[in-house]
Design a protein around this ligand. Structure first.
Ligand code: FAD
Ligand code: DLZ
Ligand code: SF4
Length: 516
């Protein structure tokens, strides 16, 4: 028989390692829409629509290219509901002499694939995913024996490896990192050109019908779907970003503006994660903008660092820390997730805006995820596993390999600082300085406790005091404890009393939002 090449929903890349060098007349490509993947958490409706539409478009492109494609739809009456079950059915249909697959992005799926050699009579080859610059083994080697695993050092290795923004063996411009220039506050000059929107075509519309029918009870709005679903659309989105928004990407990377959901961000994470865009190629195109004098170094370096730095590092950390990372809870946080993460019904204007963007577009930008949604969960002491489920459900770009390290380790410090040197805990002062949220909020960061005080303030101090034994030893945090100790007694008591009141007022989310 032929070689059977199963391709998972986030492996939509023409040059995938399992297809490279393969004869078309000797191969059956298998794509599977399966119930298990669509429901292991109750993904945002746009996320399911995006993945199914991109899979169907990709299958059609492969066929046009001369490949034989076997595609199981979710509604096929015999659909087995799982990857393993669908591969088993395909083995019966095609009697393959071999199965060739690229390793899965997610641990859960990889565990299942690793059982295939015992399940199927034909040999199974599992290829490394060479769409990442750094393989899992290479990352392990880098991490081994290091006391600290800071992203910055890993990133420099990736710069050297690719030669991107390198002048010989020195970083272009003399510095590795220009973050110091990337703290621009939102001001009146902010006028970002809107990112291109892609109206649903016939394929996407059909899939949206399916999602509405089968997954209509899942979180999120479906009808303003505008994601790129093909490589051509993703390239168009990328080109528009590089010419229109990249030059200001750096400066306003950390800014937040009410009602403005992407500012100068690229919105390319969904396309990169699905495999529609190559990460290194994307960085090289950004680098060209710098050498052509069309974008400044702080913007280009900042963008490239997110991709060959953070994205690769996060993926390496995932495979280094799994399966334990899923259970990690260094700060012993046990409070249930508040209902407003799902409904957006809260007086906190920052939080309400971030949940609105998340619900309407299955997207929020990095600082919204980290410093509003993540920060609140951190300082309120929400159980990491509930926060992780939320982040995995709500974003169109969320796969566990990238979501989990960002949430558990970066935002919640559940790994006790293996990834982030100190917790990203902040009071309303930070949000106030980086956004226009606070001016029209019913709360005020200037008011420190009692009625009308921004909840982030008391919760911030409460968090620090609750975790003092663990955090005080960290010399990047210890300074704030001296501030606390110098504060007068009544003020300290007011902070802690306010915090208790705020925490007691949090309404836990009802069951059934994240899991069926
Ligand atoms: P840009 O700001 O334009 O950045 C460019 C690219 O860099 C992104 O497209 C992405 O591929 C990459 N990137 C940037 N930051 C990170 C990061 N921290 N980790 C990995 N890649 C990064 N990203 C996901 O892709 N999926 C997730 O599920 C996810 N969950 C997150 C949860 C939390 C709590 C936090 C703090 C961050 C999370 N991120 C996640 C990272 C980041 O917020 C998104 O990649 C980014 O907002 C996507 O929008 P963009 O394409 O406009 O990004
Ligand atoms: C997220 C997702 C969803 C919702 N549905 C499918 C699907 O039906 N078929 C599929 O191949 N992939 C799906 N995915 C993405 C997978 O979960 C993703 O391929 C794995 O996470 C990779 O480890
Ligand atoms: Fe958010 Fe506090 Fe600012 Fe209100 S005052 S928007 S709650 S940071």
């Amino acid at each position: 028989g032929p070689v059977l090449v199963p391709i998972l929903g986030d492996q939509l890349t023409r040059g995938l390692a399992s297809l490279a060098g393969r004869a078309k007349d000797d191969t059956v490509v298998l794509l599977m829409e399966v119930w298990d993947e669509a429901t292991y958490v109750k993904h945002h409706q746009q996320k399911i629509a995006l993945i199914f539409s991109a899979m169907r478009h990709f299958a059609a492109e492969l066929e046009q290219d001369g490949w034989t494609v076997d595609y199981t739809r979710l509604t096929d009456p015999d659909n087995a509901g799982s990857f393993t079950g669908e591969v088993a059915r395909a083995v019966e249909r095609h009697d393959p002499r071999e199965i060739d697959i690229v390793e899965a992005g997610e641990w859960r799926v990889q565990q299942a694939i690793e059982e295939w050699p015992d399940k199927f009579v034909c040999p199974v080859t599992i290829h490394p995913d060479d769409r990442f610059l750094c393989s899992i083994g290479e990352f392990r080697d880098w991490a081994e024996g290091r006391k600290t695993l800071q992203m910055e050092y890993f990133y420099r290795e990736m710069r050297r490896k690719t030669g991107i923004l390198m002048a010989g063996d020195q970083p272009e411009g003399g510095q590795w990192n220009y973050d110091y220039d990337n703290r621009g506050k939102p001001d009146k000059n902010l006028n970002p050109p809107p990112a291109p929107k892609f109206a649903p075509d016939a394929v996407t519309s059909e899939v949206m019908g399916l999602v509405a029918e089968r997954f209509g009870d899942h979180f999120g709005k479906l009808d303003n779907f505008a994601w790129p679903v093909t490589r051509a659309q993703a390239e168009q989105a990328r080109a528009a970003f590089l010419t229109e928004r990249l030059p200001d990407f750096g400066t306003y990377q950390d800014a937040m503006v009410h009602g403005s959901d992407d500012l100068y961000h690229s919105l390319l994470s969904t396309s990169i994660n699905l495999g529609l865009l190559d990460p290194v190629e994307t960085c090289k195109l950004a680098e060209e903008e710098y050498y052509a004098g069309r974008a400044p170094i702080n913007a280009v370096e900042g963008f490239i660092r997110q991709i060959i730095g953070w994205r690769e590092y996060i993926r390496g950390m995932y495979w280094l820390e799994m399966p334990g990372l899923r259970e990690a809870n260094a700060l012993e946080a046990v409070r249930p997730l508040p209902e407003f993460y799902w409904t957006g019904e809260t007086d906190m204007r920052c939080m309400a805006d971030c949940v609105r963007s998340t619900r309407d577009h299955a997207h929020a930008h990095h600082i919204q995820r980290l410093m509003v949604l993540g920060n609140f969960a951190l300082i309120a002491g929400i159980r990491p596993q509930e926060v992780e489920d939320w982040f995995l459900v709500v974003y169109a770009d969320a796969y566990e390999w990238v979501e989990l390290p960002n949430v558990a380790a970066m935002a919640l410090w559940a790994d006790k600082g293996r990834l982030a040197t100190k917790p990203y805990a902040a009071s309303g002062n930070y949000i106030n300085s980086m956004s226009d949220y606070c001016g029209k909020c019913v709360y005020s960061p200037a008011k420190k406790s009692g009625d009308g005080a921004c909840p982030f303030g008391p919760l911030y101090w409460n968090f620090l005091i609750r975790n003092r034994p663990l955090l005080e030893r960290n010399n990047r945090v210890s300074r704030v404890y001296s501030n606390w100790d110098r504060m007068d007694e009544t003020k300290r008591e007011e902070y802690l009393a306010s915090a208790e009141k705020i925490l007691a007022g949090l309404v836990p989310a009802s069951e059934g939002w994240a899991r069926g």
